[in-house]
Ligand binder design. Structure first.
Ligand SMILES: Cc1cc2nc3c(=O)[nH]c(=O)nc-3n(C[C@H](O)[C@H](O)[C@H](O)COP(=O)(O)O)c2cc1C
Length: 338
C-alpha cells in the first residue's frame, strides 16, 4: 500500500476531515467538535514549520544515516510519538476509538516508535488500551486528562503494574470547556506545581507533562519533576490565537534543555519537520491528526506506511544537511525564512 492509496482509502470512511494531501488545518478550519481547531489555530502550527528551511550541506563522509533514538533507557527507530486522541467520534459516527488505539499501538510496535493514547470515555478507557499494549508489546504512554487528582491517581494505580513506558498528564485540556458542559462529572481543570508533584510521587515510571507553551510553564513542570514535557497547544484546540508551537519551542529549549526531555507537537507532518524540531533543540516530535487519517485509510498497515514515509524523509534531511546521527543535528542546519 502506498501513502497515496492510504489517503485515497481514508476518504471513503472518514467524516469531518477532507483528507488533504498534507494535513494543514485549513479545510477543517475552526470546526469543533470535529478534528479542527479554535480559530483555525491548527493552520498556524503547520505554517510555522513551513517558515523553517533546511540548509543543504553535503560536506560529510558518505556513510549511512542512523535515525535511531533512545528515551528513558529504551531504544527506538526514530524520535517519533503518535498523538493521543481521546475519542474518534470527532472523525466518525460510530465510535472506533478502541480499534484505532489497537491499530496504532500495533504499528508503533512494528515500526519501533512510541504510542501515546488518550484517556477516553467508555468503551475506549485506559485499561482497554493497556491490554492492546500488552498484546503488541509496544512502548506506550497513557495521556491522562487533568481531572481532579484523586481520579488521575486511581488511573495511575492501574497503570503502574503494567509495562506502560511512561505516564503523562495533559494540562492544557483545562481549556476543553465543551467537555465541562456535556459532562455531569467534574470536568478537566488547571493544575498547580503541587498537584503535579503529587502525581509524580505516585509513579516509578517516567512522568510526562503535555501542553507546555511558555518557558515559565516548562520550568514549573521541571520543578514538579517532569521527566519530559510536550510543547503543545493541543493542536490549536484549546485556545484561539495561541502562538504556534514552533515559535515557542526556542524559548522552552533555552529554559529547560538538559533538565528534562523536550517533545514538541502541532503541525509536524514530514520527516523534514521532525528534523527542524530536533535542530531547534527538541529531543523528539509527536504527530497526531495524520495518524487518524492513516488508520482510516489502512488500519495498522496505513499507520506503518506513514511512519516509513516519515523515516525516509528524516533520513533524507539528515543526509542532505550533513547529519549522520540524531546527535549531529544542530541549529546551523536550519534557516528561518523572513
Ligand atoms: C480529534 C482530536 C482529539 C484529541 N484528543 C486528545 C486527547 O484526548 N488528549 C490529548 O492529550 N491530546 C488530544 N489531542 C491533541 C493531540 O494529541 C496533539 O497534541 C495535537 O493534535 C498535535 O497536533 P497535530 O494534530 O497538528 O499533529 C487531540 C487532537 C485531536 C485532533
Amino acid at each position: 500500500m502506498t501513502y497515496q492509496e492510504v489517503l485515497q482509502n481514508a476518504k471513503a470512511t472518514i467524516k469531518n476531515c477532507k483528507v488533504c494531501p498534507e494535513c494543514n488545518g485549513l479545510a477543517c478550519g475552526a470546526t469543533m467538535p470535529g478534528p479542527g481547531s479554535k480559530g483555525g489555530n491548527a493552520h498556524e502550527n503547520w505554517k510555522a514549520w513551513r517558515r523553517i528551511k533546511l540548509n543543504i550541506d553535503t560536506f560529510a563522509p558518505n556513510t549511512p544515516v542512523d535515525t535511531s533514538f533512545s528515551l528513558f533507557g529504551r531504544d527506538f527507530n526514530l524520535p517519533l510519538l503518535t498523538g493521543p486522541i481521546g475519542t474518534m467520534l470527532q472523525y466518525s459516527d460510530t465510535d472506533v476509538t478502541v480499534a484505532f488505539n489497537d491499530g496504532v499501538i500495533q504499528a508503533a510496535a512494528e515500526t519501533g516508535i512510541i504510542d501515546c493514547f488518550g484517556d477516553g470515555l467508555a468503551p475506549a478507557t485506559v485499561p482497554g488500551a493497556l491490554a492492546s499494549m500488552e498484546k503488541h508489546g509496544a512502548a506506550v504512554i497513557p495521556v491522562l486528562n487533568p481531572l481532579p487528582n484523586a481520579h488521575i491517581l486511581s488511573l495511575m494505580e492501574q497503570i503502574e503494574p503494567t509495562s506502560a513506558f511512561a505516564v503523562a498528564v495533559v494540562v492544557d485540556s483545562a481549556g476543553l470547556g465543551h467537555w465541562k458542559r456535556i459532562s455531569s462529572d467534574e470536568g478537566p481543570g488547571s493544575k498547580t506545581v503541587e498537584d503535579l508533584k503529587q502525581l509524580k510521587a505516585a509513579t516509578a515510571k517516567p512522568f510526562v507533562v503535555k501542553g507546555i507553551m511558555t518557558a515559565k510553564a516548562a520550568l514549573q513542570a521541571v520543578e514538579a519533576g517532569a521527566d519530559a514535557i510536550i510543547v503543545s497547544n493541543h493542536g490549536g484546540r484549546v485556545l484561539a490565537d495561541a502562538p504556534a508551537t514552533a515559535d515557542v519551542l526556542p524559548e522552552v529549549v533555552a529554559a529547560v534543555r538538559g533538565k528534562t526531555k523536550i517533545i514538541v507537537d502541532g503541525g509536524i507532518r514530514s520527516g523534514g519537520d521532525i528534523f527542524k524540531a530536533l535542530a531547534i533543540g527538541a529531543d523528539a516530535a509527536l504527530i497526531c491528526r495524520p495518524f487518524a487519517t492513516a488508520w482510516f485509510g489502512g488500519g495498522s498497515e496505513g499507520v506503518r506506511v506513514y511512519v516509513e514515509k516519515l523515516q525516509a524523509e528524516l533520513a533524507e534531511a539528515m543526509y542532505m544537511c550533513g547529519a549522520r546521527r540524531l546527535s549531529d543535528i544542530g541549529p546551523e542546519m536550519i534557516r528561518y525564512q523572513k
